[in-house]
Design a protein around this ligand. Structure first.
Ligand code: PGA
Length: 246
């Protein structure tokens, strides 16, 4: 269960979140819990989760080791700051912030794995593509252009998130059936390229307007292994309820 905070919260607000969140999280939750704060908040978050099973990730990385890349953060920097995960290819970066391509997503995923970060690689179709019935075509293209370029060893380290762009921050979550069909397609693409075992082991998260009210329906689908939660992860109570329901 992953919480993507996007460009919300200061370091002080991060500390306050964990003060509330930690006591709400039952000690025996049976899943990975990862929060992705803004890069500036990672040290505060890492400090706040010490001694718990909560993990911290970056929201983005750049593939070069270091260099003249103003505003970017390397995998090694994230790792040195205590992050163990990273989101790659979020639709807000693909479509708005940085126009990331599938080829960029591949390079970022490879850099993350090389630094022992677990990447959550995001895929998903836009509203127009959804309306035109092209969702599965888009997923196949994104898989072929990005994830398929990994080696089998690299692929074994990644998590994929299906995030239909029309469901992100809109309140219109995909129905469990729509999400499940997309996940099945992604898993079959994974099987074609990396084999049955690798495909069965792959964790596929759903993301897009996940809330305490709709989490149970989504998690009942055997194809949905977890969720990537934006807005509802900003509030400690609501994210804890999502994790408890999952
Ligand atoms: P949302 O965002 O839960 O606010 O729709 C999900 C995401 O962008 O990962």
């Amino acid at each position: 269960m992953a919480g993507n905070w996007k460009m919300y919260k200061t370091p002080q607000e991060t500390v306050r979140f964990f003060e509330r969140f930690k006591p709400l999280l039952s000690a025996n939750h049976a899943c990975d819990v990862v929060i992705f704060p803004a890069a500036i908040d990672i040290p505060a978050a890492v400090h706040a989760i010490a001694g718990t099973s909560i993990q911290i990730g970056g929201q983005n990385l750049y593939w070069a080791k270091e260099g003249a890349y103003t505003g970017e953060t390397s995998a090694a920097m994230l790792s040195a700051a205590g992050a163990t995960w990273v989101v790659v290819g979020h639709s807000e970066r693909r479509h708005h912030v940085a126009h990331e391509t599938d080829a960029d997503v591949l390079k970022k995923t490879q850099a993350a794995v090389a630094a022992s970060l677990t990447p959550i690689v995001c895929v998903g179709e836009c509203l127009e593509e959804h309306k035109a019935g092209k969702a599965h075509e888009v997923l196949i293209r994104q898989f072929a252009g990005g994830i398929a370029g990994l080696t089998e060893e690299q692929f074994a380290q990644i998590v994929i998130a299906y995030e239909p762009v029309w469901a992100i921050g809109t309140g219109h979550t995909a129905t469990p059936e729509i999400a499940s069909k997309a996940h099945t397609l992604i898993r079959s693409e994974a099987e074609k390229r990396f084999g049955e075992d690798a495909a069965n082991r792959l964790r596929i998260l759903y993301g897009g307007s996940v809330k305490p009210e709709n989490i149970q329906g989504l998690m009942k689908e055997p194809e949905i292994d977890g969720t990537l939660v934006g807005g509802a992860s900003l509030d400690a109570e609501s994210f804890a309820r999502i994790i408890a329901a999952a």
